[in-house]
Design a binder for this molecule. Structure first.
Ligand code: OGA
Ligand code: NI
Length: 348
């Protein structure tokens, strides 16, 4: 039998008269479940400017709110984040231009090689996925060494500043989280070597889908890093799991959606659980999202914060693992909920 040829889903979606999806895109969940997700009014909103407030009462309250958001949701809507709206819009537009380039002008299509600095591909890991995601992506390592695709020019122009602003956001969040864990403000940055943090820029392209109730844009998963910052082109699709139910997230104007990742769960010794999330697709229009994954340094060997383990009588809930090894293993596997995190979890 001929090897399955893998092509980007954008081309597939643009093929004339496409009225149904190929069987390898059928996600085996019942259609009713995908459409049952409700919008939730109570998703926490965090005001980043208050986390750095000079007023100690305002700051304390903001740190407390962040703590609650991370404990109860692993997810929040960030406002007053300091990233200019035009910059966000520009980056989303540049991502759109990237996907619109002729295939010959995009980086080589790579189903494998999960740690290459620029990886253009489809689904999650097309080399191993059983069920394909209705999604193309480009993933670019932008810190500690900056890389960028050659085209489009708009991306080359805007990406450095966008990524730097994102790291500023993460620096503030990591200080506040250190405090909310009862640690020194700089503890997380020091232990996880955040001055050389891994930052990956991910642009996701979810074309119109003729059968959105059968397909999934990205299968349920948690992110590997500490915090993922997500913005989108005014088209919703992100869902998070909360109290066992899937909830659709709508993003207020000029906000950034933030989800907590596996390494925050590990560092906090399980206090802040990474959130399961997924993206659904629609039959009306293309959705583009830009997710920036912010993790420890690739060289950091991450384990639960020493002070937290001591306070809990010496019980670390997760085994130490080098972030690079974790990333390699997670990205080389099929996307399946929190499977990778379970591998380092210590059962007591
Ligand atoms: C991701 C992701 C969700 C979305 O890129 O890790 O979860 O809404 N994206 O695009
Ligand atoms: Ni994700």
């Amino acid at each position: 039998m001929a090897a399955r040829s893998i092509c980007c889903v954008k081309q597939l979606a643009e093929s004339p008269n496409l009225s149904s999806i190929p069987s390898n895109y059928v996600y085996h969940s019942d259609a009713a479940e995908i459409s049952a997700a409700k919008f939730e009014a109570s998703i926490p909103i965090i005001d980043l400017s208050l986390l750095a407030s000079q007023n100690p009462h305002l700051k304390l309250k903001a740190v407390h709110d962040l703590d609650q958001a991370c404990q109860q949701w692993g997810f929040f809507i960030l406002v007053n984040h300091g990233v200019p709206e035009e910059l966000i819009r520009g980056v989303i537009e540049a991502a759109s231009e990237f996907f619109d380039l002729p295939e010959a002008e995009k980086p080589e299509f790579q189903p494998e090689n999960v740690l290459s600095r620029i990886r253009y591909g489809t689904s999650f890991n097309a080399a191993t996925d059983n069920v394909f995601c209705w999604r193309d992506f480009v993933k670019v390592f932008v810190h500690p060494h900056f890389t960028c695709p050659d085209k489009p020019q708009s991306l080359r122009k805007l990406l450095p500043e966008y990524c730097e602003r994102g790291r500023d956001v993460v620096t503030k969040l990591s200080k506040a989280i250190s405090e909310s864990l009862g640690l020194e403000e700089t503890e997380m940055a020091t232990v996880l070597e955040l001055s050389s943090s891994l930052q990956i820029f991910v642009a996701n392209y979810y074309p119109r889908c003729p059968n959105p109730k059968a397909a999934m844009g990205i299968l349920p998963h948690s992110d590997h890093g500490l915090f993922t910052l997500l913005v989108q082109n005014d088209v919703g699709g992100l869902q998070i799991q909360h109290d066992g139910r899937w909830l659709s997230v709508s993003a207020p104007a000029n906000s950034i959606l933030v989800n907590t990742g596996d390494h925050l769960e590990i560092f906090s010794n399980g206090k802040y659980k990474s959130v399961l999330h997924r993206a659904v697709v629609n039959d009306q229009t293309t959705r583009i999202s830009v997710a920036t994954a912010n993790g420890p340094s690739l060289n950091a060997v991450v384990s639960p914060a020493r002070q937290l383990v001591e306070a809990e009588g010496g019980a670390a809930a997760y085994a130490a693992m080098k972030y690079e090894d974790y990333l390699l293993e997670q990205q080389s596997s099929q996307l399946d909920g929190k499977t990778m995190l379970k591998r380092v979890r210590i059962h007591q």
